[in-house]
Structures are given as C-alpha cells and as structure tokens.
Design a protein around this ligand. Structure first.
Ligand code: FES
Length: 118
C-alpha cells in the first residue's frame, strides 16, 4: 500500500479552471513516486481554494459521494461523516465536532485558465 501524502510539489497542472462549476468542488488524486495525494478544490467565482481531503475530526476523507464537499447552499465545506463544517476561504471548522480545528491547506492557483498546484 502506498503512503498517503499531505502535500504536492508546486507546478502540477490539475486541469482547466472551467472543470469546476462555480460554487462547486472537485476531488483530485495525484499518484506520485512517494505515494498518493488526495485533495479537493473549491471554486468561488474566479477564486479557487484547495485542501487536503482529510477531516480534522477523525482524519477521514470528507465525502462519501464523489465531489460532494459543500453544503447544499454552497456556503461551507461539510464532512459527510459527523457534520463538521468548514469555511471555504481558510478551512477553519465553524460547526460540528471539531470547532476551532482546520483543514490542511493545499495551495492551488489559476494560471492561464488552468488550475495548478502552488
Ligand atoms: S470525520 Fe469529519 S466530522 Fe467526523
């Protein structure tokens, strides 16, 4: 079994920015020599926010349904296991069992219409 990584090198192109609809999120898995990285990117308008796909409560991946990272109104990131709620812009937990904890940021940026690790 390969090791689960919590960071990626900068400059990895993940795909076109338009891949993610506004107010939605997408899962990414990067297979690297050192192991496998699981993360997700949330799009808000022209901005993207990336996080490692690991809840601050019990270190589980947040979703049980592909790409289903947000509350129905798109305002917060929600863990599907015990309902932890995280702010999209800084990953701070603002509701549920781990208030005050944070998601691990995964730096990403949009460059020339492509989402790229930063
Ligand atoms: S593992 Fe996410 S809320 Fe418990």
């Amino acid at each position: 079994m390969s090791e689960r990584l919590t960071a990626t090198p900068p400059g990895v192109t993940l795909g076109p920015f338009m891949l993610i609809p506004d107010n939605a999120a997408r899962n990414f898995v990067l297979e690297m020599r050192a192991g496998r990285f699981h993360g997700f990117v949330v799009r808000k308008g022209e901005t993207v926010h990336g996080y490692v796909d690991r809840c601050a409560h019990m270190a589980l991946p947040l979703t049980q349904t592909l790409d289903d990272y947000l509350t129905p109104d798109g305002a917060l990131i929600q863990c599907s296991w015990h309902g932890a709620l995280y702010r999209i812009d800084d990953g701070a937990c603002v509701g549920g069992p781990c208030v005050g904890a944070k998601l691990t940021p995964w730096p990403v940026a949009v460059i020339d219409g492509m989402i790229v690790t930063a």
